[in-house]
Design a protein around this ligand. Structure first.
Ligand code: FAD
Ligand code: NAD
Length: 475
């Protein structure tokens, strides 16, 4: 028997579960198909587990520096109980999965367990782990199937030796020497996480800098901090060969260096999870990178079929997936609104990174005339008092229209502070608007205002760098 729903959503990550709740809130009879735990990559092997581990790592880092920085010393040993940290992480995952289950129950969203594949447009077969396949039909289907980690063909396949973040967040112990291939977001977060636990970390990144997807000053600023912490970064370098031996793994780098390590974490990006969906049966197209192609309303080339989050490849972040999910659910139920919202990035190294809007490289590529404001955290009273002086805020302003184009921050609490800048960009504020906001004192977020003032040549806590006209002051 084939079952009918107003809407079917495949995948229960931050894209799928939010789309389901929004559609149900709008009155639709919704089913979510999920082949694994509720919560997707974000909850089970991404954002949440990695942040639990990172919080413990930052605490360890603070303990280790408390004597030198504050004169607070510990007479006993500061020891690591990794299994306790893992237990905390697992408890948080269970709590959050139960939370999603309850939210679904509250809005009568049906969960159908199993792997979904298309049999035709609007027609799905779901194959559960046990039992018979179930057939489903709907005029509205949202694909929220996410991504999986890229792997490097030909490398040893033992996940205890060469793994991805899927395994690394659940490691039962920490290695002594770790090589991380890829200095992107996962590579930097794991390097930062492992170093305080006494792990010897080496990052190998093929591009000229860490975090090449973000404004270039963020990656170079972080690289300096990593160097001071003893994290080795090889940039512009690839791993040419990786072999297992008696002493662990031996990597030969394109720079000619040879490295002995105990474990390798491959963090070289992620690929769409589209292969098992039988997209051809529904006629749904993919783009040249293998992601499911969508228009600005999140609709695929097949009417009524939408794709959100990682699976469409537009922005591989959890909050982007959720925002896409709301847009797709509303559009599938009658709206026709393009999705056009600035999406902030948050990187949970310590210090953190927060960024929203255009990078300097993107402005250059598009020929947009910008003036750039900067403010070092070392000039802030709060940063000095709390010994969080590493980092800066950088603001990009359109030189002709005064539009606020981008805000990039490396520094303590940057993932929280960036929300202020995101709000301003969302409301299409000018740089004068941001400079005129009153920020509480003493806070780290004052650096955002100071940086906006600097972009206008109006900073008061930096030495004057040009003659200020009354016109500029008045906006
Ligand atoms: P997913 O969360 O991947 O969910 C897809 C779901 O679809 C899965 O549950 C999967 O089992 C299911 N599925 C797939 N195919 C089928 C099928 N055929 N049938 C049934 N079910 C299917 N992002 C942030 O914003 N902040 C962070 O701090 C952050 N940290 C991260 C840390 C790590 C280590 C990783 C790997 C990622 C991190 N991300 C972070 C990225 C974030 O996890 C993803 O952007 C987000 O999970 C994407 O959500 P989604 O709903 O599109 O897909
Ligand atoms: P990424 O795209 O951020 O970084 C991959 C890095 O690997 C790039 O710098 C790339 O140049 C490098 N690389 C690729 N192939 C290589 C090779 N053969 N040798 C050396 N370097 C190589 O991808 P990721 O770090 O794997 O993360 C995947 C996705 O997960 C990202 O898109 C990110 O948005 C998301 N994520 C987000 C967060 C967060 O928001 N805090 C945290 C973790 C992951």
């Amino acid at each position: 028997m084939t079952r009918q729903h107003d809407m079917i959503i495949i995948g229960s990550g931050p894209g799928g579960y939010i789309a389901a709740l929004r559609a149900a809130q709008l009155g639709a009879k919704v089913a979510v198909v999920e082949k694994d735990h509720l919560g997707g990559t974000c909850l089970n092997r991404g954002c949440i587990p990695s942040k639990a581990l990172l919080t413990a790592a930052e605490l360890m880092h603070s303990f280790k520096h408390a004597g030198k920085n504050w004169g607070i010393t510990c007479t006993g040993e500061i020891a690591l109980d990794w299994s306790r940290i893992q237990k905390h992480k697992d408890r948080v995952l269970r709590q959050n999965r139960a939370g999603i289950k309850n939210l679904f129950k509250g809005r009568r969203v049906e969960v159908i367990e199993g792997a979904a594949a298309f049999e035709g447009p609007g027609r799905l077969v779901v194959t559960p782990g046990k039992g018979d396949p179930v057939r489903l039909e709907s005029d509205r289907i949202i694909l929220a199937t996410g991504t999986e980690p890229a792997r490097i063909p030909g490398w040893p396949e033992d996940p205890k030796l060469v793994c991805t973040s899927d395994e690394a967040v659940h490691w039962s112990d920490v290695p002594r020497r770790l090589m991380i291939v890829g200095g992107g977001v996962i590579g930097c977060e794991f390097a930062c996480m492992m170093a305080p636990f006494g792990v010897e970390v080496t990052i190998v990144e093929m591009m000229p800098a860490l975090l090449p997807g973000l404004d270039h000053e963020l990656g170079s600023g972080l690289a300096k901090i990593f160097k001071d912490r003893g994290i080795t970064c090889h940039t512009n370098v690839k791993v040419e060969n990786l072999q297992t031996g008696k002493a662990g793994l031996t990597a030969t780098l394109s720079s000619g260096t040879s490295l002995e390590v105990d474990r390798v974490l491959v963090a070289t990006g992620r690929r769409a999870n589209a292969h098992s969906l039988q997209l051809d049966a529904a006629g749904i197209g993919t783009n040249d990178r293998g992601f499911i192609a969508v228009d600005e309303t999140m609709q695929t080339n097949v009417p009524g079929h939408y794709c959100i989050g990682d699976a469409n490849g537009r922005c591989l972040l959890a909050h982007a997936a959720s925002a896409h999910g709301v847009a797709a659910a509303e559009n599938a139920l009658g709206e026709s609104r393009p999705f056009d919202k600035p999406i902030p990035s948050a990187v949970y190294t310590f210090p953190e990174i927060g960024a929203v809007g255009l990078t300097e490289q993107e402005a250059d590529e598009r020929g947009i005339p910008v003036s750039i404001g900067r403010f070092p955290l070392s000039h802030l009273g709060k940063a000095m008092a709390s010994q969080h002086t590493e980092g800066f805020v950088k603001v990009l302003r359109h030189r002709e229209t005064d539009a606020l184009l981008g805000v990039h921050m490396l520094g303590h609490n940057a993932t929280e502070v960036i929300a202020a800048a995101g709000t301003m960009l969302h409301h299409k504020a000018t740089t004068h608007d941001l400079a005129e906001v009153v920020f509480a004192h003493p806070t780290i977020s004052e650096a955002v205002k100071e940086s906006a003032e600097d972009a206008l040549g109006l900073g008061l806590h930096l030495p004057p760098r040009k003659v200020i006209t009354a016109e500029a002051v008045m906006g």
